[in-house]
Design a protein around this ligand. Sequence first.
Ligand SMILES: NC(=O)c1ccc[n+]([C@@H]2O[C@H](COP(=O)([O-])OP(=O)(O)OC[C@H]3O[C@@H](n4cnc5c(N)ncnc54)[C@H](O)[C@@H]3O)[C@@H](O)[C@H]2O)c1
Length: 441
Amino acid sequence: MLFLDKLKTKDTQFCVIGLGYVGLPLAVEVAKVGIHVTGVEVDPEKVKKINAGINYIGDVKDNELKAVVDKGLLTATLDFSVIRNMDVVSICVPTPLNKLKDPDMSFISSALEEIEEYVHKDLVVILESTTYPGTTREYMLPRLEAGGLVCGKDFYLAFSPERVDPGNPVYLTKNTPKVLGGVTPACTEHARAIYDQIFDMIVPVSSAEAAEMAKLLENTYRMINIGLVNELAIMCDRLGVDVWEVIDAAATKPFGFMKFYPGPGLGGHCIPIDPHYLSWKMKTLNYRTKFIDLAAEVNTAMPEYVVQTLMEGMNMHGKALKDSNIMVLGMAYKNDIDDLRESPAFDVYKLLEQRGATVCYHDPYCPKFAWNDDYVESLPLTKDLLKSMDAVVITTAHKSLDYQFVVDHSNLVIDSRNATKGLLRTQGKVLRMGGGSQLED
Ligand SMILES: NC(=O)c1ccc[n+]([C@@H]2O[C@H](COP(=O)([O-])OP(=O)(O)OC[C@H]3O[C@@H](n4cnc5c(N)ncnc54)[C@H](O)[C@@H]3O)[C@@H](O)[C@H]2O)c1
């Protein structure tokens, strides 16, 4: 049987490198169609959990993970030598920024080091991690060809970005269209043969670079539009207009407008990071990415703006921030998930401490986080605790929280997420960021 035909069957041996937010849902989807998956991880705890059928990712269903593990369709290992027996390797390792906000390619590099050792005839390698345009061809290809195998003939290399939206109940790994671009047409064809079995829709593009750039366009588009509405919130506060009302009104236009909402800044592993991959690449080509730079400037200043709004609210109540007690409500970077990565709530928390406030937090999804060589724990959201605070700052609007309860028992609420919208009893205690700089009655 031709290798291309084998890729269209369930006999394919599939390997996922990195079993995190992206890799584990992918591994489960592959296993669900009946293809055997081996997950290779560097974290022994994750390997143990998977092999025991225990889930640790919110977007994966516990029973689905357990079912594929029990059927022997998904196993995990720390041992990269399994790649020897694999037909397909999907790489889902982190791509963060380093301290200078340049791409940190160390995770891709160390995964590649292992693949290089076991790359063999007919292996299909697909990079899923978000990265700068050119990574697949300029960075990965020479390393994989170093042993003498030729890409597009002896083995196949493609880029297919993961586009999941954590916590989205409608669009999950399987039904989010999958953009795919190979280094050569044969690479696209081979990667597509296997991915066609797993995903509802494949969107092939003409090159790995086009696929890399498509992912960066999506996330840069979000980052820039969030920057725009954040600045609009600042403008509306000065104008005495409610930005939230303005956005909802504009969104009634059935075409040509897509709504984004303001907030305390950017968070998560994608939107605050991915556009910097593009900026970095463009700098190497002597081009400055003006839209990205400006949006980054506006978005990174938002935690400071939240604290300014808080100080304004406290001033209206005749209080100073220094020596006050403040609760940060919601630490996750977005509602209804437990992901703390790059959360702007940490910036708000830090700024409050720097200004001399005593800070605590509540988040039903995040029981604790590491802070200054120690841990801070989420405090129970009780009437007494709320009453003892000079102010509560809503940084993430988890749907499970009772905001009427929060307002009823707090002295002052600074709402950077419009979580208090429509509450009946605000009693001059609520200042919504972007709400026009007025305490609400
Ligand atoms: N989280 C998201 O919502 C999301 C969405 C789209 C794209 N992405 C992209 O997907 C990639 C992965 O992100 P994630 O959120 O899954 O990260 P993650 O940190 O949740 O998972 C990465 C996993 O890779 C493991 N790992 C690290 N180095 C490894 C190595 N050398 N070999 C094997 N395993 C290794 C880690 O232990 C971890 O379990 C990133 O490039 C990210 O930008 C993430």
